[in-house]
Every structure is written in structure tokens, then in C-alpha cells.
Design a binder for this molecule. Structure first.
Ligand code: GLY
Length: 296
């Protein structure tokens, strides 16, 4: 018998891959802040959707992560952002791909979800939708950090892993799940390339009947394995959350050899995480313990 955990739970990741030594502390502080902000939403009675959006916004605003401000540059030296969000209550989902000049792509993805029409908007159409719903554009340079500009100039790819992609999964007091993911994608990616973080079932999935997942790492491999949904299918056949996460990443590793990581919550608030990369900064806050727990 499964004992349901009491109280809300939030789990955050700050991207799979090797973290540059000078970013380790900043990443840790960032995921702690994101977990705390999401937790505050949950304990104030907010929904899981509100919590994951709030947590991911914190990370998009933090230049230590590859999302929002501080995202990596594509082949043309521009930032194109992907994000998605899903509500486990009703399978509502929203996503944006290859969008420029939006500081908080997760909020635009949530607006797409709440509009209730298309699940995924990309490029210019997503920018037009942002204007319609009142989400202001920022200047392109407002999102570009010196670190990412220098990295682009030296054409360092770091094994083509989307290092610093961010994500969150949450269970709220009402027992509802949500997941959100946001990224600048891979360094030097082709303009117009959309990765797993914009694709429901690949980088993000939430279903109250199963669980919630956010993925990080090589987007092409994650798409080929539909990794988020694959992990939940392991839960559906009775695996424990940790085993489900490990089996999903294990299968991807065997089939593609690519570097990835995932965080997962089941409908009882139990946590699963797995990675095949050197590091994946994660934090969670659960039950009545408001101190973040860190793991990687
Ligand atoms: N997982 C991030 C990306 O490949 O775009």
C-alpha cells in the first residue's frame, strides 16, 4: 500500500551536465531560491501550476541558468527560448518554441495553456500572441550575458548538452500535480531549432493519475524517447518513482548514449530523480520541512 505524503511538495532542477566550477554556488543558491518561492506559493494555498511557474520564473531571471536571461546563444548569436507547462488536473498544456525577446517564457507558455487553443506556438506567432495577452518584449541584449557571449565567441559546445535548462514539478495541497520546463536549448543550435523543453510528453508532462516530470539534457535524444511520458509509463506499471526515473534514463542511455536528467513526482508526492551526466543540481521542499533538501 502506498502512503500518500501530507502537505505539498516541490522539486526543482537546474540542468544536467557538468557545472562550471565558478557557477556551482550560484546554481545552488538559485535552485534554493526557486524551491523557496514555489514552496511559498504552495503553503499559501496556491496551485501546483502557480508554484511551478513561480519557481521557473525565478530561474529564468537568474543569469546562472540557461533559461531566460543568461540563456545560451544559437549559431547566429541570438537567444531563442523554449518553455512548457502542464496542469495534471485536466491535462491542460501550453508551450512556446524558438521565441526571442521574452524574459519569462514559462509565463508565456502558461498564457498559451490558459487560452485553451493551440498547445504549442513558435517564433513570430508566439511573439504576436505575447503582445495580445500583454506580455511585454524586452530588448534582445537584455537577455544576453557576457558569459554566454564569450562562450559563443569561443564556440565551446560542452558536449551538446543543454546545461542549465531549468524545471520544476509540484504537488499542491489539493493533490494536483504540475510540471514546467524552460531553456535556451543547446549552445550554437540551428536557428529555429525547437527542443524537448517545448514539447509536451518529451521535456514536460503532468497527469494527476500518474505523476509529473521535467527533463533536462540533450533535447534530440529526449524527444526520440518521449522521455517524460516514458518515465510515467514506468510508474503506470507499478515501479517506484526512483526506479521509474532510473529506468527511463537507462533506456535513453542505451538507445542514444546522450546526456540527460529528469525529476519526477508521483501522485502521492514521492520523488524520483535520475541522470547519466556528471551533475544535475536539484532541490526539493516537502511536507512541513521548509528547509530545502539538495541532491544531484
Ligand atoms: N533540453 C534542452 C534542449 O535540448 O533544448
Amino acid at each position: 500500500m502506498v502512503v500518500r505524503s501530507f502537505g505539498p511538495v516541490i522539486v526543482i532542477h537546474g540542468g544536467a551536465g557538468k557545472i562550471a566550477p565558478d557557477l556551482v554556488e550560484a546554481r545552488r543558491a538559485g535552485i534554493q531560491a526557486a524551491a523557496t518561492h514555489g514552496w511559498q506559493v504552495l503553503t499559501a494555498g496556491g496551485s501546483a501550476v502557480e508554484a511551478v511557474e513561480r519557481a521557473v520564473r525565478t530561474l529564468e531571471d537568474d543569469p546562472a541558468f540557461n533559461a531566460g536571461r543568461g540563456a545560451c546563444l544559437n549559431r547566429d548569436g541570438e537567444i531563442e527560448l523554449d518553455a512548457s507547462i502542464m496542469d495534471g488536473r485536466n491535462l491542460a498544456a501550453g508551450a512556446i518554441g524558438a521565441v526571442k525577446r521574452i524574459a519569462n517564457p514559462v509565463t508565456l507558455a502558461r498564457a498559451v495553456m490558459e487560452a485553451g487553443g493551440p498547445v504549442l506556438l513558435v517564433g513570430e506567432g508566439a511573439r504576436q500572441f505575447a503582445a495580445v495577452v500583454g506580455i511585454a518584449e524586452c530588448g534582445a541584449d537584455a537577455l544576453i550575458t557576457e558569459r554566454q557571449r564569450a562562450r559563443w565567441a569561443t564556440l565551446q559546445e560542452e558536449n551538446a548538452v543543454g546545461v542549465g535548462t531549468v524545471g520544476a514539478v509540484a504537488l499542491d495541497r489539493s493533490g494536483h500535480l504540475a510540471a514546467a520546463t524552460s531553456t535556451g536549448g543547446l549552445p550554437l543550435k540551428a536557428p529555429g531549432r525547437v527542443g524537448d523543453s517545448a514539447l509536451i510528453g518529451c521535456g514536460t508532462y503532468a497527469d494527476d493519475q500518474l505523476g509529473a516530470v521535467s527533463c533536462t539534457g540533450n533535447g534530440e535524444a529526449i524527444i526520440k524517447l518521449a522521455l517524460a511520458k516514458t518515465a510515467l509509463e514506468f510508474l503506470a506499471v507499478g515501479e517506484e518513482p526512483m526506479t521509474a526515473a532510473r529506468r527511463a534514463v537507462g533506456e535513453l542511455t542505451i538507445r542514444t548514449g546522450a546526456g540527460v536528467g529528469i525529476i519526477l513526482l508521483d501522485r502521492y508526492g514521492r520523488i524520483g530523480t535520475a541522470r547519466n551526466t556528471a551533475q544535475m543540481a536539484c532541490a526539493c521542499i516537502r511536507n512541513d520541512n521548509a528547509d530545502p533538501e539538495f541532491f544531484d
